[in-house]
Design a protein around this ligand. Structure first.
Ligand code: ZN
Ligand code: ZN
Length: 138
């Protein structure tokens, strides 16, 4: 399941490393998106270890003893996204390519990534709209 498309996607993600946050324009709901998620590497014990940017490669090496392309070839790299449940407004991380999109709190399948929820009506107050704000680096 890895290959050219993955690579293209990662390059795009790197280019889009904008810091932004998504907020409801009516209530206090806020989705801390950062760059929209994190890369992770699967450890030998099956744990997902988040690779903080820009030290992804160092983390991959530490966890797997492999370099980036070898780890990718073994399917050990993935990407988790910030997600929100549109049923109960719970926020959590999912690998949308591998995990079932189901809320860990209420079990609803009405789950979207933070990025995909921009412009949707707020799952908390059901009145406002979710709007993306860029955050200045200060
Ligand atoms: Zn839920
Ligand atoms: Zn709201």
């Amino acid at each position: 399941m890895t290959g050219r498309n993955d690579l293209v996607r990662e390059i795009k993600l790197a280019a889009m490393a904008l810091i932004s946050t998504i907020k409801c324009d009516m209530c206090d709901l806020q989705l801390p998106t950062g760059a929209g998620g994190h890369m992770y590497v699967i450890s030998p014990t099956g744990e997902r270890v988040v690779c903080p940017h820009p030290l992804e490669e160092a983390t991959i090496k530490r966890v797997t003893k492999l370099d980036w392309s070898a780890a990718r070839a073994k399917g050990l790299l993935g990407h988790i996204s910030d997600c929100v449940c549109f049923e109960c407004s719970e926020q959590f991380n999912l690998d949308v390519e591998r995990d079932v999109k189901r809320c860990p709190k209420c079990g609803s399948l009405d789950v979207r990534t933070a990025n995909a929820s921009v412009g949707a009506s707020c799952p908390k107050c059901h009145e406002g709209t979710l709007i993306s704000h860029a955050i200045g680096v200060s």
